[in-house]
Design a protein around this ligand. Structure first.
Ligand SMILES: *[C@@H]1O[C@H](CO)[C@@H](O)[C@H](O)[C@H]1NC(C)=O
Ligand SMILES: *[C@@H]1O[C@H](CO)[C@@H](O)[C@H](O)[C@H]1NC(C)=O
Length: 274
């Protein structure tokens, strides 16, 4: 009897330490970098809240920089009238030739949908915006937002559904992020001059403070133990089907399809899945 209890105990200790190795903890993994107390780590490091009022927003960044990885976080966005607010989760390196992979959620008036804005910068060059509607209300529950970044491609996912792929096309002269390590950054800030309906709808400060929640941060990196499948991950048939579904019904804007903008992006001629 005593034996069985201790074996069960050992097994459960082993399982929970495996989970601990992949699950992040905000105390261990990030620093709140600005906002003078408006960013808070809660629930023993599982949850982090950012808030915004008329004086300031707030933000955090990962302690370490990563070269490739799969980064997942669950977020619950500012509910109600979130016009003018922007909530972000992104990877970025430093300097004027920096690389960057962005999630930015643009708030809206009550009852109107958020816009998910994404961008990819390589060696300081961005202008690769794609915008989406979500197929759910991101303020009601937590949903999972992920960036997978390996040497061949970047895949941006929402609840594990791929919404965007940026492939390594160095062979046709498109720079690809692969030499500069990036840190996770996240913020809640005010951009009422452009964020909502092109800047027409301003922030209603009587609703402040605005609060967004992040939880269950996880980073799979080249040095984490366990699952390494992300390092070579590509879309399979099912993934391509989902990506087409998102692009067909939920994509609002695609830089590759914007003829009014003069810059030419070579990657746009290569593939429908960008
Ligand atoms: C806000 O709602 C309006 C009306 O539905 C929509 O046109 C707009 O794209 C939404 N998002 C933003 C960020 O303005
Ligand atoms: C995320 O966090 C919540 C609340 O702390 C927890 O119940 C849940 O099991 C965690 N993991 C996932 C994968 O949702």
């Amino acid at each position: 009897m005593a034996n069985r209890v201790s074996i069960t105990l050992l097994v459960s200790l082993f399982v929970s330490s495996l989970l601990a190795a992949s699950a992040g903890n905000f105390y261990r993994d990030v620093d709140i970098t600005w906002g003078d107390g408006r960013g808070k780590i809660l629930r023993r490091g599982n949850t982090l809240s950012l808030s915004l009022d008329k004086t300031s927003g707030s933000g955090f960044q990962s302690k370490r920089a990563y070269l490739f990885g799969r980064f997942d976080v669950q977020m619950k966005l500012v509910p109600g009238n979130s016009a003018g607010t922007v909530t972000t989760f992104y990877l970025t390196s430093q300097g004027n030739k920096h690389d960057e992979i962005d999630f930015e959620f643009l708030g809206n008036q009550s009852g109107n949908p958020y816009t998910l804005h994404t961008n990819v910068y390589t060696q300081g060059q961005g202008n690769r915006e794609q915008e989406f509607r979500l197929w759910f209300d991101p303020t009601l529950k937590f949903h999972t937002y992920s960036i997978l970044w390996n040497p061949q491609r970047i895949i941006i996912l929402v609840d594990n559904i791929p919404i965007r792929v940026f492939s390594n096309l160095e062979s046709i002269g498109v720079p690809y992020p692969k030499n500069q390590a990036m840190k996770i950054q996240a913020s809640l800030w005010d951009a009422e001059d452009w964020a909502t309906q092109g800047g027409k709808v301003k922030t209603d400060w009587s609703m402040a403070p605005f609060t967004a929640y992040y939880r269950n941060f996880s980073a799979l990196t080249t040095d984490s133990s366990g699952f390494k499948g992300w390092l070579t991950q590509d879309l399979d048939v099912h993934g391509r089907k989902l990506l087409r579904w998102v692009q067909k019904y939920y994509m609002l804007y695609n830089y590759c399809a914007d003829r009014r903008r003069r810059f030419s992006h070579r990657e746009c001629t290569r593939s429908r899945f960008l």
